[in-house]
Design a protein around this ligand. Structure first.
Ligand code: NAP
Ligand code: MG
Length: 407
């Protein structure tokens, strides 16, 4: 059998702990036997980040800008305990945060759906993809507890020195709380652009919601920027693609999402996205079945799993004990990246290979072979819990059977 060729490299970003172990297994069993894998490799494992003073993270992001597509393994974001555990020079920043800043991207999280695991919301038959605007609002705010009588104001000082002062509140003896928060036009615009571009790419409707009836300036600005970007650059393309941009109030959106059958992209302001992504993920089942892609407004893509490095399983693995860690989201990061690379290069063989691998992995679970997290959720009457490696081998068997029958 001849292996599928890749003329342009994929940016491969390795990571930490249990996901690093699965990363190698996925390549060894499921990709390299069939594809002449052409990657530019960056090791973002914590040891290498520390050794390079985190330069390697910057280099990986630049490589995605150069080639357009990357696939990333989960990585440790160090805290005080990790600084001790790995004897780090310093508490390096979150690699995902660094890459997101450099690419100015938006993260889209999408559940992988299989028969036998029914979402908690009965009507959801297709995935709901959540896009979170991961900049500003309450996440970059100044806050203050006011411990007595006084006045709170917002003062805007313009470049020419002119000032505008707005009174927020006057406090009595009991005081209160105040917050000053902001967002920037360019960040909102990039967010909107990434959302419209991604919707067009996957040919799904885009929903966006704020509370503009109450927040007549702040939220309204988001609504207006989305409307402008849509009108100027996307309305025609959406019509051609037969998809819709739908704006509504956030409380109406929540009600409609629950009644929907899924199959659309839901763009959320920062806080809404933080809360709703956890709710939607939980309602679909397991964190290990949530895939994620970072899309920049220029059209660069970085695929990854939404979950972390699964530390608890890794420590078990180090003790020589068997683990049953689910590789699905990490596998879908690989297939997503290979498909995108294939699309950009007109490499139909690569696109079809990645699709068949996804189909085989879903079929494996639907035939009753799965990891422990899914075993707890699955309603199948014949189901078997297998370990990390056995699951990957089973996917390979399903894949080869499907090939043999030309399915
Ligand atoms: P986590 O790695 O997502 O794991 C939390 C728990 O979720 C696991 O202990 C496990 O539950 C379950 N789980 C997650 N993925 C699973 C999978 N593939 N298969 C089976 N079960 C799975 O989160 P964490 O333990 O809070 O974080 C670990 C490290 O990951 C941290 O150092 C953090 O900085 C990093 N992190 C990285 C990223 C990223 O790179 N994108 C994202 C989040 C966190 P049970 O233990 O109950 O089996
Ligand atoms: Mg959250």
């Amino acid at each position: 059998m001849t292996k599928i060729k890749m003329p342009v490299p994929l940016v491969e970003i390795d990571g930490d702990e249990m996901t690093r172990i699965m990363w190698k297994m996925i390549k060894d069993y499921l990709i390299e036997p069939y594809v002449e894998l052409n990657t530019e490799y960056y090791d973002l494992g914590l040891i290498e980040r520390d050794a390079t003073d985190d330069r390697v993270t910057f280099d990986a992001a630049m490589a995605i800008k150069k080639y357009g597509v990357g696939v990333k393994c989960a990585t440790i974001t160090p805290n005080a305990q990790r600084v001790e555990e790995y004897n780090l020079k310093k508490m390096w920043k979150s690699p995902n945060g660094t890459i997101r800043e450099l690419l100015d991207g938006t993260v889209f999280r999408k559940p992988i759906i299989v028969n036998g695991i029914t979402p908690s919301v009965r009507t959801w038959r297709k995935p709901i993809t959540i896009a979170r605007h991961a900049f500003g609002d309450i996440y970059n705010a100044q806050e203050c507890v006011v411990d007595g009588p006084g006045k709170a104001e917002v003062v805007i000082t313009r470049a020419d020195g002119s000032k505008e002062t707005l009174t927020i509140a006057s406090f009595d003896e009991a005081g209160g709380v105040v917050r000053g928060m902001y967002n920037t036009t360019s960040s909102i615009e990039s967010f909107a652009r990434s959302c419209f571009a991604y919707a067009l790419d996957v040919r799904q409707d885009l929903w966006f919601a704020t509370k503009d009836t109450i927040s007549k300036k702040y939220h309204h600005r988001f609504k207006d920027i989305f409307a402008d970007v849509y009108k100027t650059d996307f309305e025609e393309k959406f019509k051609e693609a037969g998809i819709e941009y739908f704006y509504t109030l956030i409380d109406d959106a929540v009600a409609r999402v629950i009644r929907s059958e899924g199959g659309f992209i839901w763009a959320c302001m920062n806080y809404d996205g933080d809360v709703m992504s956890d709710m939607v993920a939980t309602a679909y089942g397991s964190l290990a079945m949530m895939s994620s892609v970072l899309v920049s407004p220029q059209g660069y893509y970085e695929f990854e799993a939404a979950h972390g490095t699964v530390t608890r399983h890794y420590y078990k693995h180090l003790e020589g004990k068997e683990t049953s860690t689910n590789c699905m989201a990490t596998l879908f990061a690989w297939t997503g990246a290979l498909k995108k690379r294939g699309e950009l290069d007109g490499n139909t063989d690569l696109v079809e290979f990645a699709q068949r691998l996804e189909d085989a992995s879903i079929k494996t679970i639907e035939q009753g072979v799965m990891t422990g997290d899914l075993y707890l959720l699955s309603e199948l009457s014949h189901k078997e819990k297998v370990n990390t490696e056995a699951f990957i081998k089973q996917i390979k068997m399903t894949f080869e059977k499907m090939q043999g029958r030309g399915e």
